[in-house]
Design a protein around this ligand. Structure first.
Ligand code: ATP
Ligand code: MG
Length: 391
């Protein structure tokens, strides 16, 4: 297994700078709040939350995150509901604004390189265009569910300081012939003339290969509208799209996304980083290595859900995180079918059963099994001895 260097990539300002200027940021926040500048409030608050997630001000971060979640709807309404294009028939907006992510993004080196390059160049879109070096700032994210595609898109919007406008495919795809293409045009018009950022999730739903036998006429019309919209994009507009099925995309659409990031299921190094972040909040622990080994096949989102669930139980019952419950849930989960950790405390019998299940996988040393079950190597050996004596 290759060792991967994982970098939490915070928005724009490195955490160190933020920590150095805690007071300055508070002043910024007060200033933005009193001037009624909701965008600025949200931006500074996001940077705060990302920058302080790893230190002793975690309680403050929690409160900021909760406030941003609660308030995001009203901020959206203040900002852009009026301007967002709507479907002709249902009058439902074709896109909605989501809050920027406030937790750090972990990336493999190759993903980080493309993302940094994309953001770095998109920031200078204007200057580059004037110098005749304009590009299409279109980035395609592909990978299975829960591997961070939406999360990466949110981080890009945040790093660019642009509102995270997410296309609502349910309202874009219309039952009326011709209206889907019309909606696509309206959306891109909106992006070109306004905020300059659009995230199209599940783009395969509107960009299927045109040789698909069924509904050929309508698919062709929609794909052509999308191609045209992408071709007439303002050079400063950033389009991020995501798909679980890159192979289903029409090749002409695929070509119009020169920047591409693959988000596969996390490998062992990435899983260790995710357990470290979500279960132990950046406190290095010996249990992380065995957990990473046994969680092959889980997505980033699965690891986050399992970790948060275990932390919730620990918090409510005022006890330590039950690592046995986490390990057992990992073993019982299969790809696409997540089991959450039980909230019951593990008794000696369940621990022995868990030890047997872990040993059967043959992935861990006895010491590592002991770390997950609390059954020491000595106790396990004594038990084996006793069994032998019985035989
Ligand atoms: N690379 C990552 N680093 C840190 N956390 C991550 C990462 N990827 C995913 N997560 C966590 O998992 C959550 C779910 O991921 P996300 O919704 O972005 O996956 P997705 O690929 O868009 O899934 P889907 O295909 O189902 O839409 C994120 O909100 C984040 O908390
Ligand atoms: Mg998604």
């Amino acid at each position: 297994m290759s060792a991967v260097a994982l970098k939490p990539s915070f928005s724009e300002l490195p955490a160190r700078d933020l920590a150095d200027d805690f007071g300055g940021r508070i002043a910024d926040l007060v200033d933005a709040a009193l001037s009624g500048d909701h965008d600025h409030v949200r931006r500074v608050a996001s940077l705060f939350a990302q920058g302080y997630s790893g230190d002793d001000r975690r309680a403050v971060v929690g409160r900021i995150q909760a406030a941003m979640k609660k308030k995001s709807v009203s901020l959206d309404q203040v900002r852009s509901v009026e301007r967002l294009p709507v479907d002709n028939k249902t009058r439902i907006p074709l896109a909605e604004e989501h809050p920027w992510p406030t937790t750090p993004l972990l990336l493999e080196d190759d993903q980080d390189e493309i993302l940094s390059r994309f953001v770095g160049e998109a920031k200078y879109a204007d200057t580059l265009a004037r110098a005749g070096l304009g590009s299409r700032f279109n980035l395609l994210l592909s990978g299975p569910p829960g591997t961070g595609k939406t999360f990466i898109a949110g981080h890009i919007a945040s790093r660019l300081g642009l509102p995270f406008h997410v296309v609502r495919l349910d309202s874009v795809i219309s039952s009326l012939l011709g209206d889907t293409a019309k909606n696509i045009r309206a959306l891109f018009d909106f992006a070109n003339h306004g905020p300059g950022f659009l995230f199209i999730d599940e783009i395969d739903a509107v960009a299927k290969k045109r040789d698909d036998g069924r509904e050929l006429g309508e698919i062709k019309r929609v794909v052509n509208a999308l191609i045209q919209a992408l071709d007439t994009l303002d050079e400063r507009t950033v389009v991020v799209a995501a798909t679980n099925h890159a192979h289903l995309l029409d090749p002409a659409i695929f070509r119009r996304f020169p920047y591409r990031i693959e988000a596969p299921l996390p490998d062992e190094g990435m899983r260790a980083a995710l357990w470290n972040l979500y279960l132990y909040q950046d406190q290095p622990r010996p249990e992380i290595e065995p957990l990473a080994k046994i969680s092959d096949g889980l997505s980033c989102s699965d690891i986050r859900e399992l970790s948060l669930s275990a932390r919730r139980t620990a918090f409510i019952h005022k006890r330590e995180i039950d690592i046995c419950a986490v390990a057992s849930a990992v073993l019982s989960s299969e790809e696409g079918r997540l089991r959450l950790p039980s909230s019951q405390e593990f008794d000696a019998k369940s621990k022995r059963e868990l030890t047997a299940r872990l040993n059967a996988r043959e992935l861990l040393t006895m010491k590592q099994v002991g770390l997950l079950t609390g059954v020491t190597r000595q106790a396990a050996t004594t038990k084996v001895k006793r069994q032998r004596e019985k035989v």
